[in-house]
Unconditional design. Structure first.
Lengths: 300, 333
């Protein structure tokens, strides 16, 4: 596929974890966390990945980050197959692909000051070798994410959850990435703070031309932030579509069930609950088919 | 006038920490009537869970109720001894927590855990208690309860465990069920099932339910009356329609505005509430929301009283002062 617009191309991705071993220590049971997932993320867009816990959405994110080696399949970044690269060859991609995680309490080293936290990735990738320049760059970034210069020498425990997530975002952006994997970046934040962080992510995307993979289980926020959304169920993609199309016209029964379960903040809202009864066999056989332009659904 | 089940009057709870006194709840008054479902909404640090724990007399040290009164069925329960509490807690007031895994004993069969409670509170024999336990599990929608009572908590999924917790809480036919974020740890489809279950219970039993949550969607779906908390105080109280369609307090308005739209082409910018929640170690005098409030004015340095802005609808904001004076007398203009 020579589409220049595609930044990340995931093909047939599988990640199986060893679930059990026999007495000799050989694997005899597998957990198929991700079982054949293919999708593409275009440059500059936000691709949302939704699903319930255990659906494999976070595993997909970690495979793209090469935090896991995958069982099968490929992840191409600008055409380069990341599977084929060793740690040394990967280093430039480690700069260009960054991540933001859910819990801003455990993802920041409590013993490092804000300056060190944000400056460390710059140091690793050899940006701003002079410490004065680096400090300047970190200060500028801090202001970008809505914090102040005075915060440079403070430590994570001095900040609220929302502010910590801002620090994580500044850290991810410190090395000028092209692509950011956001794994549940707002689910640990207070309701009144979530909108602040989402707005900031959108502003930063526009300013730096970032591409996002936005992994979440909060379906109303995903709709707001994503251009396109993929729905995962038991390690497979069951539907991919533009976000409005997906919410207005969901085709897969699982998507319908998932969307009908969202609690609506309107006491008079009429709700029709759809209950999904999985049929493991047809799920196994199902393949994604394009039913209308850009709208893919798993059919068997 | 409906029957008051629970009255909380000017409740104040503080945690005495190394850094000073953390005023988690700063004068909260509300009531719960018999048979109603009330929602208590707020973010972390708003004091909603501490209020619930205070009602159950479960405030752990260094926390302490430093003022106010709690009356249950007409009697003050604030000064009861631990022994007197045993006949109330679990029996007349029951609680369901967020995380069903840590509230169940992992090495005891579900049936044994349930019969223990039923036998203690309802003085039934073992065989009868087991029958009752099975019946309760069936009521909360657990398939094959006869087999399930012989299983351990780890053999249940998250949603099923939460059902077990609700069955346990209901097994003594409590008059008040306090559910503290009962669905927060669950997936949306499972959450929807648990909320349906709560709806059903509302219809089937006469128990009052206090649902504590940060999710406005959950509140809209289940509750008939809502209390909005912020910074250890009640900002606004009203029927679910008052809160969602006619919010009067800037905090409630801000919360509702910050939610993403649910219609096509909804990619317009969100309207967040700027700033962060107040530090309760050293709360600013006056309205706790003033630092983040778009309508803040000098008067906000004084703590506003609750203004009545409609029947059963009150808001703690100076903006509602005139409205209350001019409007409430003749039903709002």
């Amino acid at each position: 596929m020579a589409d220049n617009n595609v930044l990340v191309d995931v093909q047939g991705l599988k990640k199986h974890f060893v679930k059990s071993r026999d007495v000799w220590g050989r694997a005899n049971g597998w957990l198929k966390a991700v079982d054949g997932v293919s999708f593409q993320i275009r440059r500059g867009e936000t691709f949302g990945l939704v699903g319930e816990s255990g659906s494999g959405k976070s595993t997909v994110g970690r495979c793209i980050l090469r935090l896991y080696d995958y069982t099968e399949g490929s992840v191409r970044f600008e055409g380069q197959d990341l599977t084929k690269l060793g740690e040394k060859g990967l280093k430039p991609y480690r700069r260009r692909i960054q991540s933001i995680f859910q819990d801003p309490y455990s993802s920041l080293n409590p013993g490092m000051s804000v300056l060190d936290l944000i400056g460390e990735p710059m140091n690793i990738h050899g940006l701003y070798p002079k410490s004065d320049d680096r400090k300047e760059a970190v200060s500028a970034l801090l202001e970008k994410v809505g914090l102040k210069r005075e915060h440079l020498n403070r430590y994570p425990h001095e900040f609220s959850g929302g502010q910590r997530q801002r620090i994580s975002i500044a850290r991810a952006l410190s090395v000028k990435p092209d692509f950011v994997v956001c794994d549940e970046p707002i689910s640990a934040l207070d309701v009144s703070v979530q909108a602040q962080v989402v707005n900031m992510l959108e502003d930063l995307q526009a300013e730096f031309g970032l591409t996002y993979l936005f992994i979440a289980h909060d379906l109303s926020m995903v709709r707001h932030i994503s251009d396109r959304i993929g729905v995962m169920y038991r390690g497979r993609l069951v539907e991919v579509a533009e976000s409005d199309e997906l919410y207005e016209n969901p085709l897969h029964p699982y998507t319908q069930a998932l969307l009908s379960a969202i609690p609506i903040p309107d006491p008079h809202a009429v709700r029709e609950r759809v209950v999904f009864k999985p049929d493991p066999e047809s799920l196994e056989r199902a393949v994604l088919k394009e039913v209308s332009p850009g709208h893919w659904v798993a059919v068997s | 006038m409906t029957d008051r089940l629970l009255t909380v009057d000017n409740l104040q709870v503080s945690f005495h920490t190394r850094d000073g006194e953390n005023k988690a709840v700063r004068g909260v008054s509300f009531h719960i009537d018999k048979g109603e479902t009330i929602g208590i909404v707020g973010e972390s640090g708003s004091g909603k869970s501490v209020t619930a724990k205070a009602i159950m007399a479960l405030i752990p040290p260094p926390g302490e109720i430093i003022g106010g009164d709690i009356r249950f069925d007409g009697e003050s329960i604030r000064k009861l001894s631990e022994k007197q509490w045993r006949s109330i807690r679990g029996n007349r007031i029951a609680m369901v927590f967020q995380d069903p895994m840590t509230s169940l004993n992992p090495v005891k069969k579900i049936g044994d855990q349930m019969t223990e409670i039923i036998r203690r509170h309802r003085h039934l024999g073992q065989a009868e208690a087991l029958k009752e336990a099975i019946e309760m599990l069936r009521q909360v929608g657990i398939p094959e309860p006869e087999r399930r009572v012989r299983q351990y908590p780890h053999e249940f999924s998250g949603g099923m465990r939460q059902r077990v917790m609700i069955a346990m809480a209901l097994s003594c036919q409590p008059e008040l069920l306090i559910a503290d974020e009962p669905t927060t740890a669950l997936d949306v489809t499972i959450q929807a099932q648990i909320l349906d279950l709560l709806q059903e219970l509302k219809a089937k039993t006469s128990a009052s339910i206090a649902l504590i949550t940060h999710d406005l969607g959950v509140v809209a779906q289940v509750c008939s009356r809502v209390i909005v908390m912020y910074g250890g105080m009640i900002m606004e109280e009203g029927t679910v329609e008052d809160i969602f369609y006619r919010p009067k307090h800037p905090y409630t308005q801000g919360l509702l505005r910050s939610l993403p739209e649910r219609k096509a082409g909804s990619r317009e910018r969100l309207v967040p509430i700027e700033g962060t929640p107040p530090d309760l170690l050293d709360p600013p005098p006056g309205c706790p929301f003033q630092e983040r409030c778009p309508h803040a004015m000098p008067k906000c340095a004084q703590l506003p009283p609750h203004f009545k802005v409609g029947e059963g609808h009150r808001s703690m904001c100076w903006l509602n002062d005139d409205e209350a004076k001019g409007g409430a007398g003749n039903g709002g203009q």
